[in-house]
Design a protein around this ligand. Structure first.
Ligand code: SF4
Length: 189
């Protein structure tokens, strides 16, 4: 929904003000991004290794992102949220479908965001993007997903099974790449 509204705003379809639904979405997006930053900090503090071209930038961003314990929202928070989201390159978006955190920097994005968009098109996430960050938890999730796909492949026609196994192999390759390149937070900051 945020992506759709960004597109309409940048194309002149919607209001450029941050009132109404835009303000609500800004607040919710900022709170979610703060949660993502907190999770990254917690995982790094627990000793998880981090990989991806944006790993260093994401850790720096996470360190400066406030926690919003209890989700207390003040009256001027929509404006603060909009300003926070406009800081290109340091807002962290959880992307569980792609098993990664997106440290969204517009110029790097391979998902073709609208000009001026402050959020990625997560449904169009592409491998090899310079905004990618993965933790050990993501790698575990990736391997679990690959195993689930392999189990599924055992019960479908051969042609579909081959495609599923290719997909599983690509996922395992992503997890292997994480294992080979991930570093502890201390080495990245
Ligand atoms: S391609 Fe994926 S990692 Fe890159 S900006 Fe888009 S959602 Fe983020």
């Amino acid at each position: 929904m945020r992506t759709v509204l960004d597109a309409r705003t940048s194309s002149g379809y919607g209001s450029r003000s941050r009132g109404g639904i835009h303000g609500v979405l800004d607040v919710e997006t900022a709170l979610t991004a703060a949660d993502t930053a907190a999770h990254l900090r917690d995982r790094a503090a627990a000793g998880e290794k981090i990989s991806g071209p944006a790993a260093r930038r994401a850790l720096t961003a996470a360190a400066s992102t406030p926690r919003f314990e209890g989700r207390l929202v003040k009256r001027n928070f929509p404006q603060q949220a909009a300003a926070f989201l406009a800081r290109d390159g340091i807002v962290l978006y959880d992307n569980p479908d792609a098993f990664l955190i997106c440290a969204f920097k517009h110029a790097n994005a391979l998902c073709d965001p609208e000009p001026g968009a402050t959020a990625p098109r997560q449904y169009n996430c592409r491998a090899g993007c310079g905004n990618t960050v993965r933790t050990d938890t993501h790698a575990v999730q990736i391997r679990a997903r690959a195993e689930a796909i392999d189990r599924q492949a055992a019960h479908v026609p051969a042609k579909l099974a081959r495609r599923l196994r290719r997909n599983a192999d690509q996922l395992r390759a992503a997890a292997d790449h994480h294992a080979a390149t991930a570093q502890p937070a201390e080495a990245l900051t």
